[in-house]
Design a binder for this molecule. Sequence first.
Ligand SMILES: *Cc1c(COP(=O)(O)O)cnc(C)c1O
Length: 222
Amino acid sequence: MSIAENIAAIEQTLHGTAARLVVVTKTHPVERLREAYAAGARLFGENRVQEMAAKQPELPADVEWHQIGQLQTNKVKYLAAFVHTVQSVDSLRLLLELDKHAARHQRVINGLLQFHIAQEETKTGLSLPEAEAILQAPEYQNMRHVRLTGVMGIATNSPDEAVVRGEFQQLKQHFDYLKERYFAASEAFREISMGMSADYPLAVAEGSTLVRVGSAIFGSRG
Ligand SMILES: *Cc1c(COP(=O)(O)O)cnc(C)c1O
């Protein structure tokens, strides 16, 4: 199946749900991104800063670029001029850096708090107390150029559906709690980024608003 056919098939499963598709374009050359764009995709996700910064000028300006991989503070300057959402916010330090650089470009960068929901030790992300410590910090409350718009998580890579479903439910619970406790007045805080090629239908059933899908569109990254 072609990129366009794969995107159409995924869009069909998302139709009538709250979820939008982030096409994960990491490792793929610009021509394949153009194909995805021609098929209607507008939200693109990359996990390496340099790669995103190199591709961004090659695509139309209405692409929403999402940073989905861990972001080091010293790399923020390479994407501050254009990134729409940093889905991998895992520290107050990163938020401060995003705020500083976004201010220089007179823009606002969206951020998702990334939670550790998987059983695997290696997957990064915040615990709920860590996230609350960020939200209660005076420095956070003074930020004017970053806006938190929701949460993100990566489930365990497991064929056990009950495990994966439980992790999605946990992320949804974190979202609901933070929404009520810190963002009740914020319409912008509404995103739950969860679900990848292997598990996005399950994530959508559990309330995902952003699915991040790569290999189901482009084939395996080899
Ligand atoms: C690579 C990646 C994806 C997409 O994974 P696929 O299995 O190819 O759909 C989603 N989220 C994150 C954070 C990734 O790094």
